[in-house]
Design a protein around this ligand. Structure first.
Ligand code: SIN
Length: 305
């Protein structure tokens, strides 16, 4: 009997394949294609207290084996999320994780508190890693002191499982992971995008309206696998790994590096059926290896040393 159920500290999921924040919106555009209730969890687009229009266009560009985005956390804000998106997701039986972002520490605290009072939310993911905003996001995510303090404050306000999403744009990601763990995070998700730039040589200026953007897709996968591997050795709390996963074989690298679940991002834009395909391919992998759950391969790459 194969069991795809996944436990991440206090969080229980039907399977370990999540939709990464910002790549599945609030699920509406995918609802006619994918059985949303079968997705391990949908991490919704980064939510802020007030609606945000995001950055000036162009906001995306394809790059070798990936893409750059500088969306700037466009979202409808808390009120519209609670009145419009959440009831629809609840009715559809979707496992919802809410990625939250803010300009100030208080924004994060208020969001976490308000969301904790709502039915149908599985967990909160603190976005301390968006590279495309002038306030908050990555600015809260690169110093262990700031991460530790903010996580501690949000922890007090949040009765839901707390995930902290880390940026790779640092010298040593383990320091941030340790600070998040010490602050009271239940789970760490990694990695968000790597800051980068494309220059339009005809216009002789940066292509993106926001000048820089965040790089995602297969180009960043080895960086992500390496960071999951490092963080797994540093902390005791469970990890959600992401960064350029396109196939079950890619996902297996993350499990073997130490992730207990994986999130699919850029691949959703190329093939909206990536998540259901991965779930069944991972199932087939376990069957072929005579394994009964992913549990048996988590961190396997560490045992070979
Ligand atoms: C964005 O909205 O700019 C991307 C979100 C993120 O990187 O967290």
């Amino acid at each position: 009997m194969i069991n795809m159920e996944t436990k991440l500290g206090p969080l229980k999921l039907i399977n370990p394949v999540l939709a990464a924040s910002g790549t599945f919106g609030f699920g509406e555009e995918y609802a006619s294609l994918v059985a949303l209730e079968k997705v391990g969890a949908l991490v919704v687009k980064g939510l802020t207290l007030k609606p945000r229009q995001g950055n000036p266009p162009p906001r995306t560009i394809e790059t070798p084996a990936g893409m750059l985005n500088s969306i700037g956390l466009e979202n409808p804000g808390l009120e519209a999320f609670l009145s419009r998106e959440l009831p629809r997701l609840r009715d559809a039986g979707v496992a919802v994780i809410v990625n939250i972002a803010g300009d100030t520490e208080d924004d994060y605290i208020t969001l976490a508190r308000e969301l904790s009072a709502e039915e149908g939310i599985l967990a909160v993911e603190l976005n301390l890693s968006c590279p495309n905003v002038e306030k908050g996001g990555i600015l809260f995510g690169t110093s262990p002191g700031t991460v530790g303090r903010l996580v501690k404050k949000v922890r007090r306000a949040c009765s839901l499982p707390l995930i902290v999403k880390l940026t790779p744009n640092v010298t040593d990601i383990t320091e941030l992971a340790l600070a998040a763990e010490k602050g009271g995070a239940d789970i760490i998700s990694l990695i968000n995008t790597l800051r980068g730039m494309v220059i339009d040589i005809h216009a002789r200026r940066p292509f993106l309206g926001n000048i820089t953007g965040g790089l995602s897709g297969p180009a960043i996968r080895p960086v992500a696998v390496g960071m999951v591997y490092q963080v797994y050795r540093a902390v005791k709390i469970p990890l959600i790994g992401m960064g350029g996963i396109m196939t079950a074989a890619d996902a297996l690298q993350f499990f073997m590096a130490g992730a207990r679940a994986v999130a699919i991002g850029t691949a959703n834009f190329i093939d909206p059926f990536t998540i259901p395909r991965l779930i069944s391919d991972l199932y087939a992998y376990l069957e072929s290896q005579n394994l009964s759950s992913m549990e048996e391969i988590i961190g396997a790459a560490h045992q070979q040393l």
